[in-house]
Write a protein that binds this ligand. Structure first.
Ligand SMILES: [Zn+2]
Length: 286
């Protein structure tokens, strides 16, 4: 009897060794059912500009006046990150219009989360490439999530008087007192090197890009507004309205070196031609 009990205890220990370890946090929803990293591309609107010369390109070089506006959900086994938050919801209702061009928005980020059976509460982190209206538009909706923002971006965005082109507090006011981690450069979001925020200043003081190590798709970099059009990249030419064009060139060169070193693909977020070829949520990349 004693030996049976001893054996039972031994069995329990063995089982616990392999099965009782505290499980990694597995957030609700269908997406994180396995240890893979997933990337969902959300349609967060489109911009049509009257004049592409603001990007220091001719119409011939740019090829189109249209800019896609994406948002991304990064679904990691340890949590979920939203990268960029698209155009403001007031574009959808017609309350907001551009001075020199037009903006359209068909679906909110929350709506697209619902489609994949997630809610705002399933989001652990929000990181915006920068605080221009076409990247932080729906930030107020997610202001109660943990923000990952470069210290330089935060300080510049809330500085008085405001000096950075196209910064407009009305779009990101809600982030001033939000729970946040202020970043001073690179940040490995989940600690395993698969989701890494990298600084790429110049477009704005704390502009950042995102590196993803996807298993099937391979390494990928989301550009933020380091480039707007493929021609900005091939001609190594920053837009005229960048806060620091010289610093942008340094960021471009550093990113190109990083892409070469890692073999990563670069997705220019606003590239409408590329966007037309991408799988949109509820489909995903792994
Ligand atoms: Zn933009």
């Amino acid at each position: 009897m004693e030996s049976v009990r001893t054996f039972g205890a031994f069995l329990l220990i063995v089982i616990c060794l392999f099965g009782c370890a505290p499980e990694e946090k597995a957030p609700a929803g269908p997406a994180t059912s396995e240890a893979r990293l997933r990337l969902y591309v959300f349609d967060c609107g489109a911009l049509e500009v009257d004049d592409v010369s603001m990007f220091d390109l001719t119409l011939e070089e740019a090829g189109t006046t249209e800019l896609f506006v994406p948002c991304y959900l990064i679904d990691h086994p340890k949590g979920r990150l939203l990268w960029d938050l698209g155009l403001p919801l007031s574009v959808m209702t017609g309350e907001f219009a551009l001075d020199e061009g037009s903006a359209t928005l068909e679906r909110s980020v929350e709506d697209q989360l619902t489609e994949i059976e997630l809610t705002k509460g399933d989001i652990d982190f929000v990181a915006l490439s920068h605080l221009h209206f076409d990247h932080c538009g729906q930030a107020p909706v997610f202001a109660d999530r943990k923000q990952l923002i470069q210290r330089l971006e935060y300080e510049a965005a809330f500085a008085e008087p405001q000096t950075v082109p196209f910064y407009d507090r009305q779009w990101y006011e809600a982030l001033e007192n939000a729970d946040r981690t202020l970043l001073d450069g690179e940040h490995d979001v989940f600690g395993d090197g698969r989701v890494v925020i990298k600084p790429a200043p110049g477009h704005t003081p704390g502009h950042q890009i995102l590196f993803l190590e996807l298993e099937e798709t391979g390494p990928l970099v989301l550009s933020g507004d380091l480039y707007h059009y493929p021609a900005n990249r091939s001609l190594r030419r920053p837009p005229k309205f960048n806060v620091d064009p010289a610093q942008t060139l340094v960021s471009m060169d550093a990113t190109e070196a990083f892409l070469k070193e890692t073999g990563a693909t670069l997705w220019i977020e606003h590239d409408a031609k590329l966007a037309a070829t991408l799988r949109k949520s509820p489909e995903f990349y792994e």
